[in-house]
Design a protein around this ligand. Sequence first.
Ligand code: FEO
Length: 172
Amino acid sequence: MLNQVVVDAINAQINAELSASYSYLAMSAYCERINFTGCARWFRIQSDEEHVHAMKLFDFLLARGAAVQLTAIGGPRNDFGSVLEVFETAYAQEQRVTAQINQLYEVAFGAKAFDTVVQMQWFVNEQVEEEKTMREVVARMAMIKDDPASMLDMDRELGARTPEAGGAEEGA
Ligand code: FEO
């Protein structure tokens, strides 16, 4: 049986991942509205990946016979000043998620919930990748933000993103 403190922390993380998914969906809509269709596609895929993250935790709780407790998701920010601001906001969001994941890892470790610790290792690694990706996009976009041709090239590059193979089915 999972310790209730661990179950509560995992349920809170399910909410955080779904909130991230909702927030990226709003970012996708904004990008599409200002005609950055590549960025819009990139954020839509990012939104889907956050949903996959939530479902990994959702399935883990069910596999351990624990109760999933879904709670309300706050309204996301829908308006931004530029596509660069969207990515800056996304990067800040990922940094917050990393802090939440680290906290969850600590709770699981403290409770000797080693099954959860193993699950959280996947998330710790994922956050390293997510932060790296966001940081690089923000840095490159900040360099070219006043050059429309370069921005459109970058939009095209980001639009080439493809969904991760089998993300939703991975049990890890
Ligand atoms: Fe699921 Fe982007 O953290």
